[in-house]
Design a protein around this ligand. Structure first.
Ligand SMILES: [Zn+2]
Ligand SMILES: [Zn+2]
Length: 148
């Protein structure tokens, strides 16, 4: 997944769960290590940890994007956008977003399968056959053993 796909994913999540457009930028940041993502007040942009995506895949960053979009929409509308604010708690609950910015967990998946065609990452705890299984796009997968 690249920045363009991350942008599209964020725009889709915004429309689908918030019924409002995301009009700023969503970017991968490979230096974000303490948290999975962050919302930047000054630029209104959302940054997602590259490491989080590589370790946990698209489903995990979808949750993080939802969380960052709660900050985003509340901040833009001049409402309580901090974790402790009542507006924040209410909207996070409404859209089913995690209440806190997910930290990067210590446990990581043992294997990582990367599509040779579209670069989608599939983290797996167990080894799988790259002959039998392919990417959702039909591309072949490359196996990587992650560092523990
Ligand atoms: Zn947060
Ligand atoms: Zn693919």
């Amino acid at each position: 997944m690249d920045n363009n796909e991350l942008q599209r994913l964020t725009e889709n999540i915004s429309l689908q769960h918030f019924n409002k457009p995301f009009l700023h930028e969503a970017l991968f940041n490979n230096r974000l290590r303490a948290t999975g993502g962050r919302y930047i007040l000054q630029s209104h942009n959302i940054e997602i940890s590259t490491k989080q995506y590589e370790a946990f895949g698209e489903a995990a960053i979808t949750e993080i994007i939802k969380h960052e979009l709660v900050h985003y929409h509340l901040h833009i509308e001049g409402k309580g956008y901090r974790h402790r604010d009542r507006d924040f708690k209410a909207l996070a609950k409404e859209v089913g977003a995690p209440r806190y910015c997910s930290p990067l967990p210590n446990r990581t998946y043992k294997y990582r399968y990367i599509c040779k065609r579209c670069d989608t990452v599939y983290p797996r705890q167990r080894r799988m056959s790259t002959y039998r299984y392919r990417c959702k796009c039909g591309g072949r997968l490359k196996e990587e053993i992650t560092q523990q």
